[in-house]
Design a protein around this ligand. Structure first.
Ligand code: NAP
Ligand code: F7E
Length: 322
């Protein structure tokens, strides 16, 4: 039986990764940090099937202890301070978790688990002020937030440890991916949950820049690619994207359509949600992942919006557990 460690198992991607690995018959370990309030709702359905290990990306000894104690075939690093807007207000802690945290994990892996295969969640935010369209593995990085710069540091650290120490370590440069398990402050979920609330209470959504374009896919599809990446003999980096781009306004319009509400009634513009430096346009080229991994995203834009609108209707009307 193969064993895997998932950092960030309480997050959107970590929870899907755990589902996928359990379905494949893995022994799954999830690393969590202590939380004062319950935050296990995304993995509530599998808590009796996975083993929880306490650790924190900001604490080298906690990572060392985990990798010394258990032998893992695969390590999926999905932990991060992942909210771009928050990173402008907390740049140092974001860099410590999202950037230096990855270096800590690489060091622990090099010393205690050099045979393990490691996956790093890199991001299209590294492209930031884009240098070409569509963005691919060779496109030059130009990050536009503390989150983006921290992820670029982490990305290059993984490449360096792969080359210097021959670790089987791979990065997926993932474009935005969403699901009903998405955090509530990200714009897609904020909109789908906001529409359900608007229908129930009349409270309008408050949004920032509607003109930004994103390449939105489904989180589960991207975690399937993550698994495929670690099954390759040779570690490498891959763009994971859909190749389609839509504006925030288009997401809002589509969600209003599925929710049965009038677009003009449902929201107000609020400059408080605009960014200090914006990433205006992202569109990924996933042809390398298609060619080498045989991977393609299954869920298209309309289907993704619909799934999230329906899930949030059920959530707001208390028929879904959280
Ligand atoms: P998420 O829902 O925000 O989950 C982040 C996870 O990281 C949570 O489990 C969180 O734990 C954990 N975490 C935060 N700080 C930690 C620390 N100091 N030590 C240990 N764990 C810590 O993010 P996601 O959307 O699943 O994304 C997964 C990964 O992919 C992240 O690295 C993200 O940056 C990257 N990524 C995401 C996207 C996307 O569109 N979703 C695109 C590209 C890359 P708590 O529950 O305790 O907060
Ligand atoms: O913003 C605009 C905002 O916060 C998307 C993370 O998973 O994907 C995510 O980062 C766009 C931006 O995601 C609001 O200005 C307008 O242009 O949903 P978001 P993100 O910043 O693209 C990347 C790939 C990651 O790696 C990250 O971890 O939407 N926007 N109005 C708004 N955004 C938010 N959050 N809230 C608004 O009210």
């Amino acid at each position: 039986m193969k064993s895997a460690l998932i950092t960030g198992v309480t997050g959107q991607d970590g929870s899907y990764m755990a589902d996928i690995l359990l379905e494949k018959g893995y022994k799954v370990y999830g690393m969590i940090r202590r939380s004062a309030s319950p935050n296990l709702w995304r993995i509530a359905h599998i808590l009796d099937k996975i083993e929880i290990l306490y650790g924190d990306l900001t604490d080298q000894s906690s990572l060392d202890n985990i990798l010394r104690k258990v032998t893992f075939d695969e390590i999926y690093n999905l932990a991060a301070q992942s909210f771009v807007q928050y990173s402008f207000g907390a740049p140092v802690s974001t860099t410590d978790i999202t950037g230096v945290g990855v270096l800590r994990l690489l060091e622990a892996t090099r010393q205690y688990a050099p045979g393990a295969r490691l996956f790093q969640a890199s991001t299209s935010e590294m492209f930031g002020k884009i240098q070409e369209t569509p963005q691919k593995e060779t496109t030059r990085f130009y990050p536009r937030s503390p989150y983006g710069t921290a992820k670029a540091f982490a990305h290059y650290s993984v490449v360096n440890y792969r080359e210097a120490y021959k670790l089987h370590a791979s990065c997926a440069i993932m474009f935005n991916h969403e699901s009903p398990r998405r955090g509530e402050e990200f714009v897609t979920r904020k909109i789908t949950k906001g529409i359900a609330e608007f229908k129930k209470t009349g409270k309008k959504l408050s949004l920032g820049n509607l003109n930004a374009s994103r390449d939105w896919g489904h989180a589960r599809d991207y975690m399937e690619a993550a698994w495929l990446m670690l099954q390759q003999e040779t570690p490498d980096d891959y763009v994971l994207a859909t190749g389609e781009t839509h504006t925030v306004k288009q997401w809002l319009e589509k969600a209003c359509e599925f929710g049965g509400v009038d677009f003009w009634d449902a929201y107000t513009q609020n400059p408080a949600f605009e960014r200090q430096a914006e990433v205006d346009y992202l569109k990924g080229d996933y042809s390398k992942a298609k060619q080498v991994l045989g991977w393609e995203p299954k869920v298209k834009f309309d289907e993704l919006v619909k799934e999230m609108v329906e899930a949030d209707e059920a959530f707001i009307n208390n028929s879904l557990p959280r």
